[in-house]
Every structure is written in structure tokens, then in C-alpha cells.
Write a protein that binds this ligand. Sequence first.
Ligand code: C2E
Ligand code: CA
Ligand code: CA
Length: 554
Amino acid sequence: MCKMTEQELIESFPDAIKYNHIFVYYQPQVNHNTGRMIGAEALIRWKHPVYGIQYPSDFIPILEKNNLIIEADIHVFRTVCDFIKRRLDAGLEIVPISVNMSRYDIYNNDYVDRIEEIRKEYDVPVKYLRIEITESSAIGGIELVKNVLEKLHSYGYLVEMDDFGSGYSSLNILKDLAVDIIKLDMVFLRGAVTERGGIIVTSIVQMARWLNTPIIVEGVETVEQADYMKSIGCNYIQGYLYAKPMDEDNFVKKLDDMNHEVMAPAIDLIDNLEAGKFWNPKSLETLIFSNYVGAAAVFTYDSSKKRVEIIRVNNKYVKEVGLGRSEKQIIKDHSWKDFDEENYKIYGDTIKRAVKSGEEETCETWRKICTDMCGEDRVCIKTEMRVIGRTGDIYMLYAMVHNITEEKKSYSELYESERRFRFASEQANVYAWEYDIRNKEMRPCFRCMRDLKLPPLLKNYPEPAIEVGIFPPDYADMYRDWHKQLEKGVDHLEAIIPLTVGRVPFHVRYTTEYDENGKPIKAYGSATLVIEEDEKGETDGAEKIDGVEANAGN
Ligand code: C2E
Ligand code: CA
Ligand code: CA
């Protein structure tokens, strides 16, 4: 094995093509989840009869410089077609083979037509061929690459973006080039396991998922690397861990040994939702997401790991539940640490329900949010969520959120004041009850139940109270008439009535509550013992109540 000079390379190139000194190695691509082969990459090899094996890294730059790369690539493409054709003719299985396209091929106007001619010549269905273009091709101008991509697509080829993440503006390129598969190289992910690297890789993976673009990770050498990539949703792997590039004979053995499967799209999105558009900052979908829906977020849920990750939030979300945090911070901070155990369970159960039902599911959860600016705050968030897509174990959900903290607080204040009222009525000599005007039901206070032996609910009120003699017969008709007046909407009633068998004088009152249309719904009844001045010794109790109020008001 000896390195050839540039001159020697150029001179021996025609023979190398003619006598197949330039040939192809194949490297399988595998689904790490299932162990099945999903494709292979064709990699150029050159074995010089005298100088031995030459490495792509040594001879490709020279071929590129001397305008020979296109002939080399055409040779590789032809070799691959010939191989696939032989497999198909023999009735044997084959997987799609990816062929590399140099950026010099892109600059050449008829490269795509030439390979298409060859494909037709060998009569190989286009689904068995994929074309890899590198991110660096775009250096010469994105328009050119776009045209080539469109042409390849018009012939039916799937196109892979090779070495994704190596360039300086990968994300822009991805936005402009509608590639079908992304290839991430482990080399560019060095340090992926560090926190920062992890965030970058994870967001690339999430973005690819949004674009509905599967990812193949290259250069995977260890199980740890493969498992890490799997953990963030990348199952397709090409690397020494599964197989090194190999000659045709060995590849054929692999093909026969391994099961195969077709690559799945990154995510099955629900109808009418085109993820690519959703990602595009200028699309209508983004416009709608950003401006016309309420506070919303998109998150993924990994059902095997029980992990939730926020992908996108809109401005209203930031305003509604951000509490002064930026969008970045919300996405970065998102974790279950905001939730206590009870709320964590409520939220988790809602996700599971949404996954199971495919319908919109709702929950209300309290979260403790810490911010630099505001310190710690408790907020109650109502979330309506729905699954919009899935890939394997990972579901994508769309969530609309409402900050209902204020509502909840005023509800609990109301609850508190009712509790205080009950407490107060226990302290004073007050009997209280609630009368439901529409269905004639009465709910007595604890004191009524205890002293008057009433059940918690009395139907067809006031008849049962008259029957047991709480209201004496000579007052019964008046009391019945009160309830008819309540039904008609009278807002207030009062009288002194001697109550119970002891005929003790009580000040009986009703106050009516109306709905938003002014219809009477409830009346609050109370009966206060008419007492002598000197017996009003309950001021102690009243102070106590104030104390409660002072505490609850905080
Ligand atoms: P590439 O397209 O990124 O190909 C992947 C390279 O990574 C291959 O190197 C492969 O052997 C190597 N590789 C695969 N798994 C692992 C792994 O687990 N660890 C490590 N360290 N390396 C791994 P190779 O075959 O030497 O090719 C180098 C480059 O040469 C390719 O990079 C590609 O850019 C170019 N190339 C290869 N074949 C062709 C071809 O037919 N035409 C053109 N234009 N370029 C080609
Ligand atoms: Ca490649
Ligand atoms: Ca690569």
C-alpha cells in the first residue's frame, strides 16, 4: 500500500475505471430498534494493481481538482445499478443503496440526466437508489443545489443531506432544501453527551422530526453512542458498531443474513398538518401558530421513557405562563420540577389519555415557577392537549394553555368565605340553609342537622320542615307563599317566626341569588335567635372570625 502522486493518479484513472480497479464497498444502515437493515451506502474504493489500496480522502480531492470526479461517480452509480439489477433478476432481496454525489457533480449540468439514463438502462426501480448530497455543496450557491434537488425529485429519487451539522449554516440550508433524509455524523456530535452538545443534537433531531425527515446517524462505533441517539429519537444507524464498509461478496452475505425493513417517515402527522410548513417562519401555519391561536405549545412525549420535551411555544404562551421567562428559558427549563407529585400525576395521566383517545384532553395543574425576576410563584394552568403525530414511541402533542390562577384564587377565596360564614353561623346563634329554587331542594347547615335532626338534603321544600313541625301550622301557608315568591324572583324576605315545638322566636330571612339572565336560582335562608341585649356575648367569636379572615386574606 503506497500513496500515489497526483500525476500517477491522473494517469492511471482511465484504466482504473476500465478494469474496475475503482469499485464499490457497501456499508449497511440499520434500525437500532429492530436490528433490521434499512439501506446501505456505496463507498468508492480504488485498488491500484501496483500501489495497492488508495483512500477516498487521498484521491477524491485530486479527482475533484482535475475534473475527474464526475466520471468516478458515474462509475460508482453504474456499478451500484448493475449490482441491484443482478439481485433483482435473481429474485433476491435488496435494500435502497445511497450513492454519493460530489459538489462538482452538482455544478455539472447533465450529471442528473446521465445517472437517470443509466438507471433506465439497467431498469432499476428508482426506489432502490438514493442520492447523497453534502451540506457543503451549498457553498457555491443554494439555488444551484435547489435545482438539482428538484430534478432528482422529479425523477423520483430520495435525496439525503450528508454530513449535516458540519457546515456553518445547516439550519438555513435545511430550510431551503427539501431533502428526504438527514445524515448526522457522530464526528460532528463530539461532546454530544455534554449538556450543551446534547441540547444542540436534540434540537436538530426535534427539528428534523418537525420536517418529517428521518435521520441516519453515521460513524456510530459504540453501543453507548447508538443508545444515546436512540434516546433522543434516532434509530437509524450506520457505523462500525453494526458493520464496516465491505465488498460486494460480503455485503451479499449480510443482505441474506439480516432482515430488512423500509424506513419509516419521521412522524405520521395527522391529516392536513404539514410539519414543514409549520417550521417555516413565513408559512401560514406559523403565522397562525404565532398570532391567531391562544397560548400554545408543541411538545413531544416519549411513551417508553415517560419524558416530555417542549419543542415550540408561541409568544402568547410566553406571556401567559412564562412569568417573565424567555422562550429559550421555558424550553430549556422545562421539567417536572415545576410540578409536585399530585400535579405531576394529573398532567402525566392527561398525556396518557390524549395518546390513548386521540381526542382533546384537558387538565388543570398547579406549578411552582421560579424566575430570577419574580422569585417563586404558584400558577394554575389549564391545558387542552391533543396528539398531532407520532414516531415509534414518541408522540407529538399540541397544547393550548390558559393561566387560570386568578380564577382559581377567587374560587378558593369564595370557598374560604363560605367556610368562614359557616364557621360564623356556628358561633352566632344562626341556622342557615340553601334553597335551590329550580328543584325545590334545601340543604341545611351542620347546626340545623344536629339540632333539628335534618338530613343533608330535603326535597320538595318546605313541606318536610312543615311536616316535622319546625314551622308551626299557623305560619305554614305564609312560609309556603315565600317559596312561591322566591320562584317569581323576589330578592329579599324576612319575618319573625316562632320556630320548633318550643315556639322560640327567630328572625327568618331569605336572600336570592340570580343567574346572568336575572333568573332566580338560589335563596340563602337564615334563622337567628331573637335574643335579649345582655345575651349578646358573642363578640369574642366575631374577633376570632376576623382573625381567620386576616390569615386567609394573605
Ligand atoms: P461519507 O460520505 O461521509 O462516508 C462515510 C465515511 O465514514 C466513509 O469513509 C466510511 O467508511 C466512514 N465510516 C463509516 N462508519 C464509520 C465509523 O463507525 N467510524 C468511522 N471513523 N468512520 C466510519 P470513506 O469510505 O473513507 O469515505 C470518505 C468520504 O469520501 C465519504 O464520506 C465521501 O464524502 C467520500 N466518498 C466516498 N465514496 C464516494 C463516491 O462514490 N463519490 C464521491 N463523490 N465521494 C465519495
Ligand atoms: Ca456519504
Ligand atoms: Ca457523511
